[in-house]
Design a protein around this ligand. Structure first.
Ligand SMILES: Nc1nc(=O)c2c([nH]1)NC[C@@H]1CN(c3ccc(C(=O)N[C@@H](CCC(=O)O)C(=O)O)cc3)CN21
Ligand SMILES: CC(C)C(=O)C(=O)O
Ligand SMILES: [Mg+2]
Length: 273
């Protein structure tokens, strides 16, 4: 199992850090088997496995349920679980109770929270012993107020983001996810802080990259963001299911190969006649 210190060392050595989301036991097993450095149980599960339009309907209970399954599937990988909308940023007492519940019940290695306003929360978590990953730039829980557009495109916004990242490091964040920002800015930030910067739609100059499991493996998708590279094709699963359906209807399945035989009816028939 990698530690936070191992991830710092990877940054220092210029070794890129990989992160992929996983949402359940089988996906977690696959991601661990593939040798990915860190797993994110993203609240994107609202879209990828629960069928919501955005992440804003995801609850703390959803994250606990999926986080526990991922931990069981990836016992040897550094696992980060997202704090969903409203589970943080309401009041310090409530935020800390939620953070502790998520961290303890999932047995994750860290939790992640969206927004630059959470520096005090991050610092308090550190005091309690909870490692926090900050998530800045495009924060999808705020889709209703910021949309899914590229962030930090103006000089002022870029300066602010650099300050926010430094403040998160000072508060004790163990890593920062930067989502959908210009690549030169992400590179500068990565060079300006000592904690690892993990990018998504933030170019090649960050310390690592994160993508969503269902995007990488191409489940059905109506809209694909520009930053998504597809590496597999799970949409073919539909073909397999279609074939099963056809083979049962036509009687092809189950053939002999899949059938148990003991000539038991001959015996029964003899006895009864
Ligand atoms: N399947 C999935 N993948 C993700 O990466 C993801 C989720 N779900 N759900 C939560 C958030 C939402 N995310 C998104 C979704 C769409 C864009 C998008 O379409 N962006 C535009 C940029 C528009 C502009 O130029 O300003 C794009 O065309 O890429 C970005 C981030 C990232 N996260
Ligand atoms: C896209 C990543 C960074 C995320 O927060 C998620 O999957 O929920
Ligand atoms: Mg998320």
């Amino acid at each position: 199992m990698r530690t936070t210190q191992d991830l710092y060392k990877m940054k220092q050595n210029g070794e890129k850090i990989t992160m992929l989301t996983a949402y359940d036991y089988p996906s977690a097993r696959q991601v661990e088997k593939a040798g990915i450095d860190t797993i994110l149980v993203g609240d994107s599960l609202g879209m990828t496995v629960l069928g919501y339009d955005t992440t804003v309907q995801v609850t703390l209970d959803d994250m606990i349920h999926h986080g526990r399954a991922v931990r069981r599937g990836a016992p040897n990988t550094f696992v980060i679980v997202d704090m969903p909308i409203g589970s943080v940023g309401i009041s310090m007492e409530q935020d800390l109770n939620n953070a502790l519940t998520l961290y303890q019940t999932t047995n994750a290695n860290a939790i992640k929270a969206e927004g630059a306003h959470l520096t005090d929360f991050v610092a308090r978590c550190k005091q309690i012993g909870i490692p926090v990953v900050a998530h800045l730039g495009l924060t999808p829980q705020s889709v209703g107020v910021m949309g899914y557009s590229v962030q930090a495109k103006t000089k002022d916004a870029a300066t602010q983001l650099i300050e926010d990242c430094k403040a998160m490091e000072a508060a004790g964040a163990i890593m920062i996810v930067l989502e959908v920002i210009p690549s030169d800015l992400a590179e500068t930030i990565s060079q300006s802080v000592n904690i690892p910067i993990i990018g998504i739609g933030a170019g090649n100059g960050t310390d690592g990259q994160v993508l969503v499991y269902h995007d990488v493996l191409q489940y059905e998708q109506e809209h694909r963001a520009k930053f998504v590279k597809v590496y597999g094709d799970f949409s073919r699963g539909v073909d397999a299911i279609q074939q099963f359906n056809e083979e049962v209807k036509s009687g092809v399945f189950p053939s002999e190969e899949y059938t148990y035989k003991a000539k038991i009816m001959d015996e029964l028939n003899k006895g009864e006649v």
